[in-house]
Design a protein around this ligand. Structure first.
Ligand SMILES: [Zn+2]
Ligand SMILES: [Zn+2]
Length: 538
């Protein structure tokens, strides 16, 4: 029976270009989606741009543009980046669509009806001159720790995370008027009610969540889950669907994370599936793919929301949460200037070189150090030296000596066994979200091909025993066709190129590929070109 596979890629925030760290966090989702589609499972793979929230409104104010124009700009850029890198999302959308807003509102009503949202009055900073409540970012004041200039949520001087309540001498950042305290009514989500259920969930997923996800979740559970505000005093966001809250918007933490459901619903509709059945089925397996800093949203907050909506919805099975990509042992950041953007990578390298590098060397269990020269070296070593070499040496010989025609041969038994075994092992590793291990195994298969070729010496066989030559060549072409299937989740464009050389039109199902008795191959270009190291980089 086919499985239902739900894959949620994290939603990048629309106020900066994507960098290599985002890519490392998100790319595993695409490999998992492609693998499961090849297996013939029902896949829903979704993501989108997170467009609301204060960082965008604060920036819009500063640049004197609309928040929407900033969000649209980055959304379009992200969408192009993902297309350029062959991400196979069933839907990549944004939180600005009416579909998302309407569904989020309806989920909020369900959570309210189920008793997990309540009202609370609290004192809040208010500007008597602008006549509005101020969000943390709209407050400037004095840091209680270092007495430097601070915003309502962070000190610009010592970088301490602050709560607006502890900031001293608070003023409105727009007009500099001292703030006053005024009661305001907000809605809260009763996250604290889920303490025991999240604990139980974590225990039941101890073999499926990555170690960092288990650890981060423990930290939250040890601190004790705290109720969270659902509403926010903002003008940019999704409306609150309850009377009396017309001046507020839904807090972005709850609105964006519900995007998994709103997009899942949209994809299901487009495929003629019932999303509710899909996601509540016993047969569903879900993957949530993101970076370390996003873990609590996916292991604590999102599952609690799901339980608050419907006890039967599948809770995250696999948490594919990567570590950081550093440069020179420092976390990438715009302010340090040690940031490689996805735009820059796409400009400089073929997409499959980028995909291969990230998937084979990504920060799966520990931070990695990124450098452009490292990417170039790995491209040259594996893609040119091992993979490209195997395909090229075989095909150019067949072309040169035999006009590209291969007569029937017998495929080596050991190679057939190795092929079947490799599909089994690689598939299992992808299923478990272990993509580095999966690619290592796939590359070992290619190395075995090169070793087989070297041992058989087909250039000698061609002269001494044409039958042996045919068997060797037929076995090598069989391996190539299998490589095109084995690597399809990782470097799909390359696999299409191999298939085109072999005259194979369609990708088969995941598993051993059998080849035609008579093949006509061509080799009109190299699979990969060698890249020159960048001299200036140190
Ligand atoms: Zn003011
Ligand atoms: Zn400070």
């Amino acid at each position: 029976m086919n499985k239902n596979i739900f894959i949620g890629g994290a939603w990048p925030y629309a106020n900066n270009s994507l960098h290599v760290g985002h890519l490392a966090a998100l790319l595993p989702g695409d490999a998992i989606a492609r693998f499961n589609r090849l297996k013939g499972d029902n896949v829903i793979y979704v993501s989108g741009t997170d467009c609301h929230g204060t960082p965008i409104t604060v920036r819009a104010k500063k640049e004197n543009v609309s928040p929407e124009s900033i969000a649209v700009h980055y959304h379009n850029e992200f969408k192009k980046n993902f297309e350029d890198l062959d991400f196979s999302y069933d839907l990549y959308t944004s939180t600005m669509t009416p579909h998302h807003a309407e569904l989020v509102k309806s989920y909020l009503k369900t959570i309210m009806n189920n008793g997990y949202i309540y009202q609370k009055d609290e004192m809040q900073d208010y500007c008597p001159n602008c006549k509005n409540y101020l969000s943390d970012r709209e407050i400037i004041g004095v840091c209680p720790h270092c007495k430097g200039v601070a915003k309502g949520d962070q000190c610009d001087n010592c970088l301490a995370t602050l709560n607006a309540r502890e900031v001293l001498d608070k003023k409105c950042s727009t007009c500099n008027t001292p703030t006053i305290q005024k009661p305001n009514t907000h809605l809260y989500f009763a996250l604290s009610k889920f303490q025991e259920r999240i604990k139980a969930l974590k225990l039941s997923r101890s073999d499926k969540w990555r170690i960092n996800a288990l650890n981060e979740t423990n930290k939250f559970l040890e601190m004790g889950l705290v109720d969270r505000a659902v509403t926010r005093q903002l003008s940019w966001g999704v409306d609150v669907p309850f009377a009396g809250f017309e001046d507020k918007k839904i807090y972005v933490w709850i609105e964006a994370v519900l995007g998994y459901l709103t997009t899942g619903q949209a994809v299901a509709e487009s495929k003629g599936l019932d999303f509710n059945k899909f996601i509540t089925s016993k047969n569903v397996i879900s993957y949530y793919v993101h970076g370390k800093d996003n873990i609590p949203f996916h292991t604590v907050i999102f599952p609690s929301l799901l339980m608050a909506i419907n006890e039967k919805i599948n809770l995250p099975d696999y948490i594919i949460s990567c570590e950081y990509v550093n440069m020179n042992d420092e976390k990438m950041s715009k302010s340090k200037g040690n940031l490689i953007s996805v735009n820059e990578l796409i400009q400089k390298f073929p997409k499959d070189s980028i995909r291969y590098y990230i998937l084979a060397n990504g920060p799966e269990t520990k931070d990695i150090n990124f450098s452009l020269n490292d990417l170039i070296q790995i491209h040259n070593k594996f893609l040119v030296g091992v993979f490209g070499n195997f395909v090229n040496r075989n095909l150019s010989y067949i072309n040169k000596k035999f006009g590209g025609e291969i007569t029937n041969g017998v495929i080596n038994e050991n190679i057939i066994n190795l092929t079947r075994e490799t599909f089994g092992k690689v598939g299992k590793l992808i299923e478990e979200g272990k993509l580095r291990g999966a690619l290592e195994m796939a590359i070992a298969y290619v190395s075995a091909g090169n070793k087989f070729y070297d041992e058989q010496k087909p250039w000698v066989q061609a002269v001494e025993n044409i039958e042996d030559f045919n068997n060797t060549t037929y076995t090598c072409v069989y391996m190539m066709a299998n490589m095109a299937n084995l690597f399809a989740p990782f470097i799909p464009e390359t696999c299409q190129k191999i298939n085109a050389k072999l005259g194979i039109v369609e990708l088969g199902k995941w598993g051993e590929v059998k080849i035609e008795k008579k093949l006509k191959v061509q080799n009109n270009n190299y699979l990969f070109e060698r890249l020159q190291p960048i001299i200036s980089e140190n």
